[in-house]
Design a protein around this ligand. Sequence first.
Ligand SMILES: [Zn+2]
Length: 191
Amino acid sequence: MVGLDAAITMHPRVWEASGHLASFSDPFTGCLDCGRHYRADHVEEARKNSKWWQRLMEVRAKGTWSAVVNWVKGDGEKLAPNLTSVKQAEAFAERDFSRYPGPHQLSESEFIKEVGGSESICPSCGGRLSEPRPAGLMLETSLGPVQETAIKGLSQARDRPGNLCQFRQRPSGLTEEIAFRNRPDRQGVSE
Ligand SMILES: [Zn+2]
């Protein structure tokens, strides 16, 4: 391991070269009810692992809508209070379910649309989620005394861009091979 000192805030072109500008803008989504935020690509798995969804799946497996209505009026209120069917429990209970296939006969995505009004449901409270939006994980700042002439600087708690710029600072006479990811002439580093 070779220690290097490097600036935290660097020119955007450094972050571009390191791949951070392209790869650190994961889409995020937020719950319109409880305000929690999630990475959009993690929402479905988080919902499937949530207690309320697992309990609801057990109820769905019973194969009757009356069991689902009972869950909505009972456990649903405690476990997923912002699920559309829970918030509108009376209206949900009054639906003419004789016209529906059994809950177990619907696909998972069809079923969740029936009980949640959408496929995009908060894993925590059952609320509706906003449209995913890119969330830049870089901190932007201006470098220079005057805003108009300052250059834009970006920072993030990562060390690799520093490796790209400060690799020459390694102690002279060092015989150790500098690690692959410290070599700016190599491509394909994904970290
Ligand atoms: Zn929520």
